[in-house]
Every structure is written in structure tokens, then in C-alpha cells.
Design a protein around this ligand. Structure first.
Ligand SMILES: C[S@@+](CC[C@H](N)C(=O)[O-])C[C@H]1O[C@@H](n2cnc3c(N)ncnc32)[C@H](O)[C@@H]1O
Length: 103
């Protein structure tokens, strides 16, 4: 989900150029307006306040086994199963239901 139509267009174009357009969905929408029940992988690059706000949505909508990858900012209170640094950026992988930690 992305509010900016230009970024959605760019994401679709990039996916097509890499031959993965049939494996990813890019939706122009407010993230809270889209139900995530069918998602198997959610990749987010949002600021910390947004990642905190998304936590209850992920917990209530994502099915068991769905993966969440957060770029740059983790989800407070969730323990990632893996972290990685690529190209100067940090990535956090969670698998639903995530192990929780004290905030
Ligand atoms: C940290 S930037 C990431 C920009 C870009 N997606 C990238 O990967 O470089 C956060 C993005 O979240 C988008 N955004 C902010 N609030 C949103 C919301 N409620 N629903 C969907 N996208 C939102 C902004 O338009 C902005 O592009």
C-alpha cells in the first residue's frame, strides 16, 4: 500500500522490469483501509510511529505463517526472527505470530 500514485507506478514498473509482477501486489490506498488476511508477505518501509500503529492490524489480520519485513524501522514489542543489513539499510523479518518482547 502506498498513498503516492507515482511511487505505486514506479513499484509496478520496477517489478515488471525484474519479471516478478505476478508475485507482488502494489495497491494505491491508505494502509488501514486494506485487509491483509490474504497476504503471505508484507514489506513495509514506514516511519516508527506508523510501524507501531500497524502492529495491532498485523496481529488481528495476518494469518499464521505470513511474513512481515520491515525496512529501517522495526516493530516495537516484536522480536524479529532475522535481521539483515543491505545497501546501508536494516531489514527485520517476522513470521506470524511473532515472539513478543517487553517494550
Ligand atoms: C519511509 S517512506 C517510504 C517511501 C518509499 N515507499 C520507499 O520505499 O522509498 C514512507 C511512505 O509511506 C507512505 N505512506 C504514509 N502514510 C501512509 C498510509 N497511511 N498508507 C499508505 N502509505 C502511506 C508515504 O507516501 C511514503 O511514501
Amino acid at each position: 500500500m502506498e498513498l503516492d500514485p507515482e511511487l505505486v507506478r514506479l513499484a509496478r514498473e520496477t517489478a515488471k522490469s525484474k519479471g516478478i509482477e505476478d508475485r507482488a501486489t502494489f495497491i494505491e490506498a491508505h494502509i488501514l483501509d486494506v485487509n491483509l488476511a490474504d497476504a503471505t508477505l508484507v514489506l513495509c518501509y514506514v516511519y516508527p510511529t506508523a510501524s507501531e500503529a500497524l502492529r495491532p492490524k498485523f496481529e488481528s489480520e495476518l494469518k499464521s505463517g505470513a511474513r512481515v519485513v520491515m525496512e529501517s524501522f522495526d516493530i516495537p514489542g516484536w522480536k524479529p526472527v532475522k535481521t539483515a543489513d543491505r545497501g546501508g539499510k536494516s531489514f527485520y523479518l517476522y513470521i506470524m505470530p511473532p515472539e513478543t518482547t517487553k517494550i
